[in-house]
Design a protein around this ligand. Structure first.
Ligand code: SER
Length: 623
């Protein structure tokens, strides 16, 4: 039996693919660079979208890495054995190079080879493949390749539902190991409805049971607790554009394996929180609470939530994008995670005055990970400061909330709306309000609390949808102004440097804009001054903004700029700045924008640098 800790498993994975011609990339930021439609990087492929669509990657056609990811879709599941908000995704990619053959063979080899991989028992491995539909045929090639891979390991793998278990070879006992599933299960991105690169996938599962699975009751792909999905190999050969699947110019492979899960599988313990990725955190929680992990369901769940959320918070604060807890977008997620930690800290009776608790945990997380993700070390002080500030802010809110509670509860009763006010405005979880109410023998109308809660959820969901449609995560006025300034900047750059300038990315915080564009060399001081001057003249001319809705092709024909074709929906908005017949700027964009450039103030470029070959980056502010 080989023994490996999480660090060695990560390294083994990277080495395995490096040995097979892959260039190793460092993890991209948790905040997507060029994609304002999502808050966080949720998969290793996300930062690679332009290259999956055909753009040349400077590091070649075979890539691998371990990517920091945050997925919030499962936040309510966190607390069980295998869900987390933050996780690391190990991935290998072929950009129009190898396809299904090598992908399947290497995945199986990495999982089962004791020399180069993890030495897992092949009998524990089961797979699903795409069953086929009107858009794409059944994945016969993957069936063939999986049969071949299993056969090498002495297993006769059959397709569930289509083959019998009649032995063809007296020496081999056949078993159902290959499961055809439909688009809802075996397609990435899930369901095949998002624009952009995609395709059928084959997913690899580990079976936890001691004997063979009872397929009448247990089945992969149906959230069976005994089958854990450990690796997903996507064969990206399509792009969804204007509601149609179009064949990509190149066939890609995109794979992803969650490090936390594979470590648990490797350890033979069906609980990611028992791996060395979480154990140092859990030990601190045990020490501070004087309770034991595994002692009972409620305690274990609370410890898992604290460990998961604080790990996510440390990685988010430790990201070079310098996020801050707030009431909007990324900041809101940070705030919510931290407040949930405090709530479970209370469940475990760890005193809220224990100022050391967060710091101890942040410290072990950074110690464990800083070698792999050096930004955590760089930003360590920032992480501690922000954690402390947010904790203090929460205590202030709590104090205010308690005063409000004293006022409301004087009358000896509490409506659901009032309980909801304590929740929404002062961050009081219902449990806390219940406890306080019980002390005064007040009963809360929980039904009307739930109704108020539902109403609020609907409103905030609508808000979120609006934000996604608008394409901006944080539509505060400062951001909106900088967004409009970005359009002016692109136009000014093209006036000074020519059509070679094409937007490659944009990122806006309330303080500054950041704009990446193609251009082969450093800008001279004179060019920078000229660009600033053009932008400021446009601002001073108080130009109006207008938009109209059309489709992508038409927008381009009419001279609108739009460099993210694969991301646009059927209908696009075209924003013009200045006279719509002879505009200063015309771009496809979701908005929102200011009404008039006169609102912007004064524009200044504070930095001009290179990000990679042929790409320049400008940071600018409005004063
Ligand atoms: N993008 C796929 C996933 O996240 C494979 O990397 O599952």
């Amino acid at each position: 039996m080989i023994k490996l800790n999480s660090k060695e498993i990560r390294e083994r994975f990277l080495k395995f693919f490096k040995h097979r011609g892959h260039t190793l990339l460092s993890s991209a930021s948790l905040v997507p660079e060029n994609d304002p439609s999502v808050l966080f990087t949720t998969a290793g492929m996300q930062p690679l979208v332009p290259y999956l669509m055909g753009e040349k990657h400077p590091a070649g056609r075979r890539l691998a890495n371990s990517q920091k990811c945050v997925r919030l879709t499962d936040i309510d599941e966190v607390g069980d054995q295998n869900h987390s908000t933050f996780f690391e995704m190990l991935g290998n990619w072929s950009l129009g190079d190898y396809f299904k053959n090598d992908s399947v063979e290497w995945s199986f080899l990495f999982l089962t080879s004791a020399e180069e991989g993890l030495g897992l028992d092949p009998k524990k491995i089961y797979v699903s493949i795409f069953a086929g539909d009107k858009d794409s045929p059944r994945d016969e090639e993957s069936i063939f390749l999986w049969k071949k891979a299993f056969a090498k390991a002495g297993l006769d793998a059959r397709v569930y539902g289509e083959e019998t278990l009649e032995p063809a070879d007296d020496n081999l006992k056949p078993s159902f190991r290959i499961f055809p599933l439909d688009k809802a299960e075996n397609w990435w991105p899930t369901g095949g409805k998002h624009p952009g690169p995609q395709g059928p996938d084959t997913e690899i599962f580990f079976y936890w049971g001691n004997q063979e699975p009872n397929l009448a009751k247990e089945r992969i792909g149906f959230n069976d607790k005994n089958f854990w999905e450990i690796w997903n190999n996507v064969f990206m050969e399509y792009s969804l554009q204007n509601g149609k699947y179009i064949s990509l110019s190149q066939k890609n492979v995109d794979t992803g394996m969650g490090l936390e899960r594979i470590c648990a599988v490797f350890n033979g313990q069906k609980d990611i929180f028992l791996t060395d990725l979480y154990q140092p955190i859990i030990r601190i929680i045990e020490m501070e609470s004087q309770l034991s992990y595994g002692q009972d369901e409620k305690i274990t769940r609370s410890m898992r939530i604290i460990a998961d959320h604080l790990r996510a918070v440390v990685f988010l604060l430790g990201d070079d994008s310098r996020l801050q807890p707030s009431n909007l977008g990324h900041g809101y997620v940070l705030r919510k995670l931290i407040r949930r930690v405090i709530r479970y800290q209370k469940v475990l009776n760890i005193p809220l005055e224990n100022k050391n608790f967060f710091e101890q945990i942040a410290r072990v997380i950074v110690e464990n990970y800083a070698e792999t993700y050096p930004e955590l070390g760089r930003n360590f002080n920032y992480i501690l400061e922000e954690l402390k500030k947010e904790e203090e802010r929460f205590h202030q809110t709590l104090d205010k909330g308690l005063r409000e509670w004293e006022k409301i509860s004087k009358k000896g009763s509490l409506t659901g709306e009032e309980a909801f006010l304590l929740f929404a405005t002062y961050g009081f979880p219902l449990e806390l309000t219940r406890e306080l109410a019980a002390e005064k023998q007040i009963v809360i109308d929980e039904k009307s609390f739930r109704e108020a809660f539902k109403k609020h959820q609907q409103v905030s969901r609508q808000g979120a949808e609006k934000r996604f449609r608008g394409g901006l995560i944080d539509d505060s006025y400062e951001n909106v102004k900088l967004h409009t300034a970005t359009h002016l900047l692109q136009s000014a750059l093209r006036q000074v440097l020519g059509d070679k300038v094409e937007q490659k990315g944009s990122n806006i915080t309330p303080e500054r804009l950041r704009f990446d564009f193609s251009y082969p060399q450093k800008l001279s001081l004179e060019q920078i001054r000229k660009v600033e001057e053009i932008v400021n003249t446009a601002i001073n001319s108080a130009l109006p903004l207008n938009f109209l809705e059309t489709n992508y092709e038409e927008a381009i024909q009419h001279g609108a700029l739009g460099f993210f074709q694969n991301r646009y929906e059927k209908k696009v908005k075209v924003f013009t700045i200045g006279d719509p017949q002879k505009p200063f700027s015309k771009e496809i964009c979701g908005g929102p924008h200011v009404k008039n450039t006169g609102e912007l103030g004064h524009f200044k470029i504070i930095k001009e640098e290179s990000t990679s070959a042929g790409i320049r980056r400008i940071k600018g502010i409005l004063e």
